[in-house]
Design a protein around this ligand. Structure first.
Ligand SMILES: [Ca+2]
Length: 131
């Protein structure tokens, strides 16, 4: 008989996965997590110019937060993270956002990912690849 107490939810399994690893004395994303972030950045870069303009930033954060960014929140992103000279978010800036969030609130990062992928797909993407 199946023991329901031993059955982990997909979310619990996801939370046990490492998103960050130590690299050169610093915590940085695992290869799999970095790849997924890159994929997200490209997906929401709808005009494919390599940066997130105002609209692209708003579409992404509306999706992950469930509501539009306030002008203050928008400004905070632009002021705190890497942008180009047109104040568009760079991939580096996007990594910075998730680095900070994942260090402090890993579950929020997982939740953001779950807004974009179903649990099974996300597990496959984040599970360490066999070398
Ligand atoms: Ca763009």
């Amino acid at each position: 008989m199946e023991n329901i107490f031993q059955k982990k939810t997909a979310k619990e399994t996801l939370l046990e996965l490492d998103l960050l690893v130590e690299k050169d004395g610093d915590e940085w994303f695992t290869e799999e997590c970095e790849e997924l972030l890159r994929e997200l950045f490209e997906k929401y870069d709808t005009d494919k110019d390599g940066y997130w303009n105002n609209d692209e930033i708003n579409v992404y954060f509306s999706k992950t937060n469930g509501k539009k960014l306030t002008p203050e929140e928008y400004k905070e992103i632009i002021d705190s993270f890497d942008v180009n000279d047109r104040e568009e978010l760079t991939l580096k800036g996007f990594f910075e956002i998730y680095h900070l969030q994942t260090l402090n609130y890993k579950e929020e990062t997982i939740d953001d990912f779950l807004k974009n992928y179903d649990e099974k797909t996300l597990l496959e993407k984040l599970q360490p690849k066999k070398k």
